[in-house]
Design a protein around this ligand. Structure first.
Ligand code: SAM
Length: 273
């Protein structure tokens, strides 16, 4: 991914920031909570959340380490940073939320005990080099934890397929990078961490039920996440037909309660400096 594409990712999340993680769908927060639980931050530890978005990992980190500890969140999207900083102060959490590039974080070496990064690494131009840079920010013995997407329900792939013809090939997406991507397997992500110099590398996983009240709830949700890129790449005159085609597929993805959804596998990869 070029620098230009990285700016496109930042601009995409800048547009999504206001409703991101705020339309009543449980996805980012349960994933980030589990990531923080795996990292087990202790009171007083210095914590960093890379690609903090709307604070899904940052806020649990801040609660775990307590008000006197250093907690920093960086993100490349300005609206994410400003909205999350305002949320932190409304919640009474002491966090330093600032603009920063996960590929080249401009932070002091050996200044953190714990680094979390939830659903970010696959957006970066060079994930291996980024992990090396993150390792340098940790003290000896410091822990890193990242979350990435695994597979999701086979039935949902027909919904994804509605958008495939419109997606720009260079648009990095964790679900479309193919089997050659390091993010296709647990071992691939573990290798990224090992090659970056981390030890004690391990993976844990969970399967998360992601559910929507109805088709329109799903539609609002797609606009609130990076998936809004799907809609933005569809010519205006084809929007209504594509939405109707997606709704037809969604109707086939109902659970026993009549809600629409899919089950998402998530992996948590942990390492130590
Ligand atoms: C899928 S969201 C995850 C946000 C948050 N960690 C969460 O779990 O809800 C990806 C986030 O990574 C940020 N991001 C993407 N590329 C980045 C980069 N190069 N540097 C910093 N943040 C980046 C986006 O702006 C967005 O907030």
């Amino acid at each position: 991914m070029s620098k230009d594409q990285r700016q496109q990712v930042a601009a995409l999340f800048d547009r999504a920031a206001v409703t991101y993680d705020d339309v009543g769908v449980e996805l980012f927060q349960p994933i980030a909570r589990r990531l923080v639980a795996e990292l087990d931050p202790l009171p007083g530890e210095r914590a960093l959340d890379i690609g903090c978005g709307r604070g899904a990992a940052l806020f649990p980190l801040a609660r775990a380490v307590g008000p006197d500890a250093t907690v920093v969140g960086i993100d490349l999207a300005l609206s994410m940073v400003s909205t999350t900083a305002a949320d932190a102060s409304r919640l009474g959490l002491t966090c330093d939320v600032r603009l920063g590039d996960a590929q080249h974080p401009d932070l002091d070496p050996a200044s953190f005990d714990v680094i979390a990064s939830s659903l970010v690494l696959f957006f970066l131009p060079d994930p291996g080099a980024a992990l090396e840079a993150w390792r340098a920010l940790l003290v000896d013995g410091g822990r890193v934890g990242i979350s990435t997407f695994g597979d999701h329900s086979a039935s949902w792939k027909a919904v994804d397929a509605v958008f495939t013809p419109f997606l720009p090939p260079q648009m990095a997406d964790p679900r479309t990078q193919g089997e050659a991507s390091p993010f296709a397997t647990d071992a691939g992500v573990e290798q990224l961490l090992s090659h970056a110099g981390f030890g004690d590398v391990r993976t844990t996983t969970m399967t998360l039920p992601v559910r929507f009240d109805d088709e329109d709830h799903w539609y609002r949700w797609t606009w609130s996440t990076g998936q809004r890129r799907m809609w933005e790449s569809i010519p205006a005159e084809q929007h209504a037909a594509t939405r109707a085609a997606a709704y037809e597929q969604l109707d086939r993805c109902r659970d026993g309660d009549g809600r629409i959804g899919f089950d998402q596998d998530v992996r948590f990869t942990l390492g130590r400096r």
